[in-house]
Design a protein around this ligand. Structure first.
Ligand SMILES: NC(=O)c1ccc[n+]([C@@H]2O[C@H](COP(=O)([O-])OP(=O)(O)OC[C@H]3O[C@@H](n4cnc5c(N)ncnc54)[C@H](O)[C@@H]3O)[C@@H](O)[C@H]2O)c1
Length: 455
């Protein structure tokens, strides 16, 4: 068995994860492959216009690309060259047939498994990097080891816990790495081979005590469970935010005091426009589907409530803006500050800003959207909608606007010249800070009417 690594899927997971694996394992060759030529070309671009934005990513790619990290569309050649195969393809929510709207669409994942089997030239360790429903490894094992193939494939689950926006930091110093493997001698030796990768060359990467090993099913379920718990905290604090607004309590004060209790903890207690990103909704829906399949209907309903609450939060934002703008939004101009689902990423998948933009569009609002990194994706997401301008300069976006609706907590927004913004707007000028990241007292002093979440 050789030490080379291939990753199928060069997206938000495959790209950064493999770049860091290559950095910490300079003695291994790492190849990232994808069916999308456009994506691979971007990863290989001479001017480092990479297909995704992550702080620190470009530096790592500059260090390792061409040294021991390579990007290619030749999937067969790469699989032949490597005995350790990560599969990091997309597993979106299925939009058709059985389980539509809840189950994961596993077609990309299954096609990867079939390709591996077709082109394999020796025994391989297959590492599930994508987030998958529990027991997917059994299906992968069945496809790979079916029939009279002379080669053995051992399937491990190694879900990724990085967060977009801090991907490189999370990868370099993870809270934990999870590896699930079959409880057989063959399975355990595959687990050891993967532990060796995460330990890094000379043991310089993840400390051994942070590499947690479990059986395959626990590993697959843990990833869904962890995302569901995080999403649940966001929905819980947002549910409390509505009550704070109604009663005069301040959600930030409530969160600060609750978070001081070590049993609760202070992370992920920030009220806002709701969660976004490609994972939380998809993974909670997947959990809902699994609960339904196993007859756990009350549990399914409970997790579904997390999604419902998230959608409600965006509806509430639009309702509050509507009320503050004298119950009519038609032909008014709203400047949306931020479209990415969170700061430090250009990713707009499931971004709360997208849903709010559509709801405002239904009200015939004229929307000027600005974002430092996400306008390319925003253009694709909102294609076909009228009355939407995408504007790089926030001052231009706010000119003659009736309201600024801050949706993403980019660090540059609090530093803007808010007096200058105010002077260029129609009066009464409204700021709705859905991230509670601006200085509200100062804004009020300037003359703004300020709306915030949970206060
Ligand atoms: N994005 C995150 O923050 C994150 C975090 C943890 C886990 N995950 C999981 O990782 C997986 C990938 O997510 P992502 O955000 O990187 O998705 P993505 O859409 O950015 O990337 C997936 C890539 O796989 C490629 N692909 C699909 N089928 C292929 C095939 N048969 N052969 C070769 N390439 C193929 C696509 O072209 C695409 O470039 C998902 O299961 C997701 O749930 C994502």
């Amino acid at each position: 068995m050789n030490r080379n690594i291939v990753c199928i899927g060069a997206g938000y997971i495959g790209g950064p994860t493999m770049a860091v694996i290559a950095k910490m394992n300079p003695g291994r060759k790492v190849i990232v492959v994808d069916i999308s030529k456009e994506r691979i070309d971007a990863w290989n671009s001479t001017d480092f216009r990479l297909p995704i934005y992550e702080p620190g990513l470009e530096e790592v790619v500059r260090e390792v690309r061409g040294r021991n990290l390579f990007f290619s569309t030749d999937i067969a050649a790469a699989v032949k060259e490597c005995d350790i195969v990560f599969v990091g393809v997309n597993t979106p929510t299925k939009m058709f047939g059985r389980g539509a709207g809840r189950a994961s669409d596993l077609q990309y994942w299954e096609s990867s498994a079939r390709t591996i089997k077709e082109v394999a030239n020796g025994d391989k360790i297959i590492v599930e990097k994508s987030t998958l429903p529990v027991r997917t490894a059994a299906a992968m094992d069945a496809i790979l080891n079916f029939g009279d193939s002379p080669y053995r494939f051992t399937v491990l689950s190694n879900p990724e816990f990085l967060a977009e926006g801090t991907a490189i930091r999370d990868l370099l110093a993870p809270n934990r790495v999870l590896i699930g493997g079959p409880q057989t001698p063959e399975g355990q030796s595959a687990v050891a081979a993967l532990v060796d990768i995460y330990a890094g060359e000379g043991g310089a990467w993840v400390p051994r005590e942070k590499i947690l090993t479990t059986n395959v099913w626990s590993a697959e379920l843990t990833k869904l469970a962890a995302n569901a718990m995080l999403a649940q905290r966001v929905s819980s604090i947002n549910a409390l935010a509505g009550l704070c607004e109604a009663t005069g309590a301040d959600v930030e004060e409530v969160a600060r005091v609750m978070g001081a209790d070590r049993r609760i903890g202070d992370k992920f207690l920030k009220a806002g426009p709701g969660f976004g990103g490609s994972c939380f909704k998809k993974d909670v829906l997947n959990l809902v589907y699994l609960c339904e399949i196993f007859g756990l209907h009350t549990a399914a309903e409970y997790w579904n409530g997390v999604i419902r609450m998230n959608e409600h939060q965006q509806e509430r934002i639009v309702s509050r803006l509507f009320k503050a703008m004298f119950n009519t939004l038609a032909n008014k101009k709203v400047a949306m500050f931020g479209f990415a689902f969170k700061a430090d990423t250009g990713d707009t998948r499931e971004t709360p800003a997208g849903r709010v933009a559509r709801l405002l569009n239904e009200e015939h609002v004229r929307l000027a959207i600005t974002d430092p990194k996400a306008l390319v994706n925003a253009r694709k997401d909102l294609a076909g909608l009228d009355r939407i301008d995408l504007v790089e300069d926030p001052y231009l976006a706010a000119r003659e606007a009736d309201a600024i609706l801050l949706m993403t907590d980019w660090r540059e927004y609090p530093k803007l010249d808010w007096k200058r913004l105010y002077d260029s707007m129609r009066k009464p000028a409204i700021v709705f800070d859905t991230r509670n990241c601006l200085d509200h007292a100062q804004l009020k002093e300037i003359g703004f009417k300020v709306l915030a979440v949970g206060k």
